[in-house]
Design a protein around this ligand. Structure first.
Ligand code: SAH
Ligand code: AVI
Length: 329
């Protein structure tokens, strides 16, 4: 338990102690920086600043996924809750915890709103969201797990009466080769009758996709560069974020956005707490994120051998974003 409960209905726990977490992050960063291509794990975007910048991104005119997914949930949460009849909601990568409220409201109307579990890598967002939910929903028990959805799903505990959520298209930030294993791990936390609602950003006009990650206000560029500040803070590194250019483009063959940070000059970066040093050529780039875009067919192709089957497929009228309701087979 971290610092005692905020209210007696909120419990926050950590998947790992801070020192074990720091060692794990150091190892992941070292591995990424010395891979080809060089990369940084995208979960490291989300410190206090990065989480606030992500929230700013969700309000940008060019960034359609958040408002589109909210519109779908506003219209269809009642139907989803009626189909699953959950007693408990679980949200992976819960962030501000804004969208889960639309489902909690529908559950409250159905008279079955008992508990929810939030799992997020960023402790600040998690604690704030968990506390706000307990305050906003009298009687709701809220458990927060500070952890990684790629490795800590067992922390959710056994299912039963459970509707799990993975919204925002965050599944697109995983390499598609990892998605079936991730879905199979989630299926093990579900019982027959439970469900997993996953938000997929869909393939669309390339210009709109490009604009969503190259906004005119430069917020996404700040979000991207902030990951270097996170490495400076977490690992004592000496990246100069302003010496890196934000690069984001859509690769139609892989159906994904890639975000990179391109060094504007030759540099030597020390990462003492990761025990390494990186030499970058001028123009050399480090990949910070992939954001894969899906179609119904490419989602269905992920599912064999995961233990999950596609139930409902719900999109907005323009077909920009989809919610897939996955059910244990
Ligand atoms: N669900 C919210 C937030 C989406 S942003 C929404 O729909 O708006 C992605 C969220 O996932 C952030 O809160 C980030 O901290 C979290 N996150 C990213 N990678 C993660 C990982 N590997 N494990 C757990 N949480 C992660
Ligand atoms: C959290 N995730 C779904 C966002 C996305 O669109 O891939 C993160 C993001 N990266 C840049 N802008 C938003």
């Amino acid at each position: 338990m971290l610092g005692g409960p905020t209210t007696d209905r909120v419990r926050i726990e950590r998947a790992r102690e801070p020192e074990a977490e720091r060692l794990a992050v150091a190892e992941e960063v070292r591995r990424g920086l010395f891979s080809s291509p060089r990369s940084i794990p995208s979960k490291l975007f989300y410190d206090d600043r990065g989480s606030a910048l992500f929230e700013e991104i969700t309000r940008l005119p060019e960034y359609y996924p958040t408002r589109t997914e909210i519109a779908i949930l506003e219209e269809r949460a009642g139907e989803i809750v009626a189909a699953v009849a959950p007693r408990e909601l679980v949200e992976l990568g819960s962030g501000s915890g804004r969208k889960i409220r639309l489902l909690l409201d529908a559950m409250t109307r159905a008279g079955r709103c008992e508990s929810c579990v939030l799992l997020d890598v960023h402790e600040g967002s998690l604690t704030e969201a968990a506390t706000a939910l307990a305050e906003g929903y009298p009687g709701l028990r809220v458990r927060g797990v500070v952890g990684d959805f790629a490795s800590d799903l067992r922390r959710l505990g056994p299912g039963g009466g459970r509707l799990a959520l993975f919204l925002a298209g965050t599944v697109g930030n995983l390499d598609p080769s990892e998605v079936p294993g991730f879905l199979a791990a989630m299926a093990r936390q579900l019982e027959p009758g439970d469900a997993f609602l996953v938000g997929f950003d869909l393939v669309k006009d390339h210009g709109r996709l490009h604009a969503a990650y190259n906004d005119s206000a430069g917020v996404t560029a700040r979000f991207n560069r902030n990951i270097l500040r996170v490495l400076n803070d977490a690992l004592g590194a000496d990246f100069e974020p302003d010496a890196f250019e934000h690069v984001a483009f859509y690769d139609p063959r892989a159906a994904r956005i890639e975000m990179w940070l391109r060094a504007s000059k030759e540099m030597r970066v020390r990462l003492p707490r990761a025990g390494c040093e990186v030499r970058l050529e001028a123009g050399e780039a480090i990949r910070s994120e992939i954001s894969c875009k899906y179609t119904r067919a490419s989602v269905e192709a992920l599912l064999p051998a995961t233990g999950l089957a596609l139930g409902r497929w719900i999109t907005d009228p323009a077909g920009d974003f989809a919610l897939a309701l996955l059910r244990p087979r």
